[in-house]
Design a binder for this molecule. Structure first.
Ligand code: HEM
Length: 441
């Protein structure tokens, strides 16, 4: 009798795991990370600076330090290796940064029609023969790998190069989300591949860099950031459309204004940066006798900023971006114009729109999987050829159940691997050691 009761209880607890365990594990992970990382960061918005001064502080002339002096940088450098010291995002201001940023701008300066055609061509290739259940991020990675390759080399992307780029980008984003460890051999293979092709890049590379530094720069900005960000942004956008059939239908039939609002709302709900940090290079007077000393680490919290000012911040509502009031919304998907915003802020929405049209012209999208900002499930979705019958309810129920159970296992993996990687990054101190070496006479 007692055994039967215990067995029933155990079965009930087991069956309920997907509904409570992943949330608890995420909370525990945050706690562990904070413990290991310490509390050097000042959250913005937060107790010290409210949401109304978010942009002002982000754009402050003293909020310009990028990496040096922040323990948090060791973590980012760990995830972005190899060559994190050459990644544009993490270079300190100066001649080297200017040269790298100039090269990135030159590579991204593609006429709009050309960029759209390039994105469409790669979408058509990636979508050929695909149907049924997919993971949107996995579907998008080879597409943007080929796109980035042609941006850089202006020549067709050989399948071998596409595979290397997609494997590198996937490895970086998987580690960033603590769903897997880094595979440096995979990343180094791409570096070697790029080293053999530096003379074929279609614009002059930044002068004064060694070939290895040039390869690392390209790998960081174009074969890591560009591919990861566009794949993640598209996975969020298509998940959002899959969850909102009316908005999907309007995007399929309607003009670009609706689709642009959906893209803006998707980036508001799911900003690709959780936190971007800056290290102050001089004291910052906050008024009222409060002064932030030089060397303070400011952590700009994009999701908190995007939620502020809305009565229903979590609701998907593209009409927020209709009308003149839209420009006053707390919305900074590509960063602050005055402080190193995204150099692809002009190009990214254009090519995302082109690829979305290619997808919606072929498929109806449906999903019942969970959709969070970090998207560790990589966006499970059903792609149904247009005109095919809608998805069976049973298929959606199966997808939901499978996603929930995967969540249980995944959250435990993230806890263990995340804790290990944060510890390992603190041990290696890639950023701190780099600047210590540079400071030696
Ligand atoms: C939808 C896609 C994208 C989004 C939402 C996005 C978002 C952002 C944001 C918010 C920042 C500023 C972070 C900060 O203030 O520290 C940034 C910086 C950056 N992004 Fe993007 N990005 C996207 C696509 C791309 C692409 C396609 C590239 C291609 C090269 C790119 C390259 C960079 C670089 C190099 C920086 C650092 C800029 C600097 O420090 O000078 N991003 N991005």
């Amino acid at each position: 009798m007692l055994t039967a009761a215990l067995l029933t209880l155990a079965a009930a607890v087991l069956a309920s795991l997907p509904w409570w365990l992943p949330g608890r594990v995420v909370a525990l992970r945050v706690l562990v990370f904070n413990r290991i990382n310490g509390d050097e960061g000042i959250p913005v918005p937060g107790d010290l600076v409210g949401v109304e001064r978010f942009k002002e502080l982000y754009a402050h002339p003293a909020a310009t330090g990028r990496s040096r002096g922040a323990a948090l940088s060791d973590l980012f450098w760990y995830w972005l290796a190899p060559g994190p010291e050459m990644h544009q995002e993490h270079l300190e201001a100066g001649e080297r940064y200017d040269a790298v940023a100039r090269t990135t701008r030159a590579l991204l300066a593609v006429p709009r029609a050309e960029a759209e055609a390039l994105a469409r061509r790669h979408a058509a290739r990636a979508l050929g023969g695909v149907a049924g259940r997919v993971r949107l991020r996995d579907l998008m990675m080879p597409l943007w790998a080929g796109f980035a390759w042609e941006l850089v080399f202006a020549e067709p992307c050989p399948p071998e190069s596409r595979d290397l780029v997609a494997a590198n980008a996937d490895d970086v984003v998987t580690a960033l989300k603590c769903c897997g460890l880094r595979h440096m051999d995979r990343r180094d293979r791409l570096t070697r591949h790029l080293l053999g092709r530096l003379d074929r890049v279609r614009v002059p590379l930044p002068p004064g860099l060694t070939p290895l530094q040039q390869a690392h720069y390209l790998q960081g900005a174009f074969f890591n950031t560009a591919v990861v960000q566009l794949s993640e942004a598209m996975a969020h956008l298509l998940m959002t459309l899959a969850q909102h059939p009316a908005a999907q239908e309007e995007a399929r039939r309607g003009d670009d204004r609706h689709l642009d609002r959906v893209i803006a709302e998707s980036l508001r709900l799911h900003p690709l940066f959780g936190i971007a940090h800056r290290v102050t290079t001089a004291p910052v007077d906050l008024g009222g006798g409060r002064v932030l000393p030089a060397g303070s680490v400011l952590c700009f919290d994009y999701p908190a900023f995007h939620r502020a000012g809305h009565a229903d911040p979590g609701r998907f509502d593209p009409s927020r971006f209709a009308g003149p009031a839209a420009k006053d919304l707390n919305h900074l998907p590509f960063g602050v114009p005055a402080n190193r915003p995204c150099p692809a802020r002009g190009l990214a929405p254009v090519v995302m729109r082109a690829v979305t049209r290619e997808v919606l012209g072929r498929y109806a999208l449906a999903t019942s999987a969970g959709h969070t900002r970090s998207l560790p499930n990589r966006g499970p979705c059903l792609l149904l050829p247009l005109g095919a019958p809608p998805p069976a309810r049973a298929a959606l129920a199966r997808m939901r159940l499978r996603d929930r159970w995967e969540d249980v296992w995944r959250s435990l993996v993230q806890l263990v691997l995340g804790t290990y990687m944060v510890w390992d990054a603190r041990r290696l101190r890639l950023c701190e050691r780099h600047f210590a070496r540079a400071a030696r006479p």
